[in-house]
Design a protein. Structure first.
Length: 270
C-alpha cells in the first residue's frame, strides 16, 4: 500500500526526528483537515468521515485513541504506527506525512516545479482517451478544448456540471475503464480512502498517470514506484490563512486561491 510504504520510508530514514514530534493543533473541517506539528510544520489532507463510525449503535461508540478529545497532543509516531482503521485516522495520517514531508522534498530522483499543474505537462490532442477518477472541472474543460475523449469515474453523478453528465461512468467500472486510458488522472482523495492502489493495478504500460490533489503532497517515491508519472500537490504559503479557510469549511479551490501554491513533482528519466 502506498500510504504504508511512505510511512515506512519516513520512519526508516527519519525515525529519530519523528519520535520527537506530536500534534500540537489541528482543524478537521467539512472538506479539509490541517494539522500543525510540534516542529511548526503544517500538513493538509482531504477529510474522510465514515458514516458508519458516526451513525453507530451506542455499544459501538469509540472513545479510544485518535478520537475527539484524544488527538491534539498525540504522539506522531503512535499515529503513524497505529493499526486502527477509521476515516479520521487515515485523514490524520495523510495530513501528518504531508507535514513531515514538506521539509524533506529534496531528491536527485525527481524535480519539483512550482506554480505548475501536471495537466500542462502532458500532450492533450484530439482523440486522446482521458480518464479522470474524480470530477476535476478544470481538467475536463481543458481536455474538451483539445478534443479529447473524456470519461469520468465518479461515485456521484451530481459532482459533474450539467453539461458534462454524459461523461459520467460509475466508479465501480474502473477495472473496465482504466485500461483504456492514454492519460489517467486520479484524485489525491484516493490516498485517504485507500482506493488508489487498486486503481493503479489496472494501468496499462502505455498510459501516462497523474495523481493530483492536496492530499498527495508527500515524498513521492512510493507513487513513482507504482508507475505514477506526475504528482500534483501543494505548498502551504500562508499557514494561518489556511487555518481559517479549513475551519470555515473551505474546499481545495479556496486553499489555492488564498494560501497555497501548486507544486508538480516529476520523476526524472532513468
Amino acid at each position: 500500500m502506498i500510504l504504508q510504504k511512505t510511512i515506512a520510508q519516513l520512519i526508516n530514514e527519519h525515525g529519530k526526528y519523528i519520535e520527537k514530534l506530536h500534534i500540537s493543533d489541528l482543524v478537521i473541517g467539512s472538506f479539509k483537515t490541517v494539522v500543525k506539528l510540534s516542529d511548526n510544520s503544517f500538513g493538509l489532507s482531504s477529510t474522510v468521515l465514515n458514516s458508519h463510525e458516526i451513525h453507530c449503535k451506542k455499544e459501538q461508540r469509540d472513545y479510544s485513541e485518535f478520537t475527539p478529545g484524544k488527538i491534539k497532543g498525540a504522539v506522531v509516531m503512535d499515529l503513524l504506527l497505529s493499526e486502527k482503521q477509521s476515516g479520521i485516522v487515515n485523514t490524520l495520517k495523510v495530513a501528518v506525512i504531508n507535514a513531515i514531508s514538506w521539509k524533506l522534498l529534496k531528491s536527485p530522483n525527481y524535480k519539483m516545479l512550482r506554480n505548475t499543474d501536471p495537466i500542462d505537462l502532458v500532450d492533450l490532442k484530439p482523440g486522446l482517451k482521458l480518464v479522470l477518477v474524480g470530477a476535476f472541472h478544470s481538467y475536463i474543460k481543458k481536455a474538451k478544448e483539445h478534443g479529447c475523449e473524456i470519461r469520468v469515474l465518479e461515485l456521484d453523478e451530481n459532482a459533474l456540471h450539467d453539461e458534462d453528465t454524459s461523461l459520467f461512468v460509475r466508479a465501480d467500472r474502473y477495472p473496465e475503464i482504466i485500461p483504456t486510458a492514454d492519460i489517467l488522472i486520479i484524485t489525491g482523495l484516493t490516498i485517504v480512502n485507500k482506493t488508489l492502489d487498486n486503481l493503479l493495478d489496472y494501468v496499462m504500460p502505455h498510459t501516462q498517470v497523474i495523481v493530483s490533489g492536496l492530499s498527495s503532497s508527500f515524498i513521492p517515491d512510493a507513487l513513482f514506484a507504482k508507475r505514477v508519472d506526475y504528482i500534483g500537490s501543494i505548498g502551504i504559503e500562508k499557514p494561518q490563512v489556511l487555518w481559517q479557510i479549513v475551519s470555515e469549511g473551505g474546499a481545495g479551490y479556496h486553499t489555492l486561491h488564498y494560501c497555497c501554491e501548486k507544486i508538480c513533482m516529476v520523476k526524472k528519466e532513468d
